[in-house]
Unconditional design. Structure first.
Length: 191
């Protein structure tokens, strides 16, 4: 009962914020949001106090471009490149994703903008010794964006994605089911 009341209260507050909004600062028709991330990590295994001589490295590049086709409604494009070099392996693996992301951002009169997004796209995995495996991938994301200054946005969200990297001719899916908590920063420009 308490959970239902809390969920109902949150829904009423969100709809009240949307209904009362007349002068939103963000998520207006014509706004463009640019963001993304670049990351590099190197991991070295330590066993019984001794570090391995080789490390595993991961490079991740994920830009994000979002265009608001009307107030609140947007379409984004998000390509992703991951290059993984496992310790001791002669070849690296490259994972490419390309997602089209329709979404809705709830406009408010505060600095908080809740959002929901669907992810539809293509995923491929290539290794020097393996052929390209690829497939249709999909998922969803929900979270909040916080206005920072006049045109910055800090976002936090939860993503669930079903990624398909099946080889050609496969009758069953190979891939990943991914649940992730993410944080990011973007900027937006109005018309």
């Amino acid at each position: 009962m308490k959970k239902s009341l809390a969920v109902f209260t949150i829904i009423i507050l969100l709809f009240s914020a949307v209904a009362c909004n007349v002068h939103a600062q963000f998520a207006k028709q014509g706004d463009v949001e640019l963001g993304g991330s670049v990351a590099y990590s190197s991991t070295t295994v330590v066993s019984d106090g001794t570090a391995a001589s080789q490390s595993t490295s991961l490079f991740n590049f994920m830009p994000y471009v979002n265009y608001f086709i009307s107030n609140g409604f947007s379409v984004a494009l998000s390509p992703t490149v991951n290059v993984l070099k496992v310790a001791g392996a002669s070849d690296s693996m490259t994972n490419l994703d390309l997602f089209v992301i329709p979404g809705y951002t709830f406009t408010t009169q505060s600095i908080v903008y809740p959002y929901i997004e669907a992810m539809l796209g293509y995923t491929s995995l290539e290794s020097g010794s393996n052929p390209i495996n690829s497939g249709f991938s999909y998922g969803g994301k929900a979270g909040i964006k916080l206005l920072v200054g006049k045109s910055g946005l800090f976002s936090i969200g939860v993503t669930y994605a079903v990624l398909d990297i099946s080889p050609k001719g496969a009758t069953k899916r190979d891939g990943f089911n991914e649940l992730a908590l993410s944080m990011g920063f973007s900027v937006f420009m109005g018309k």
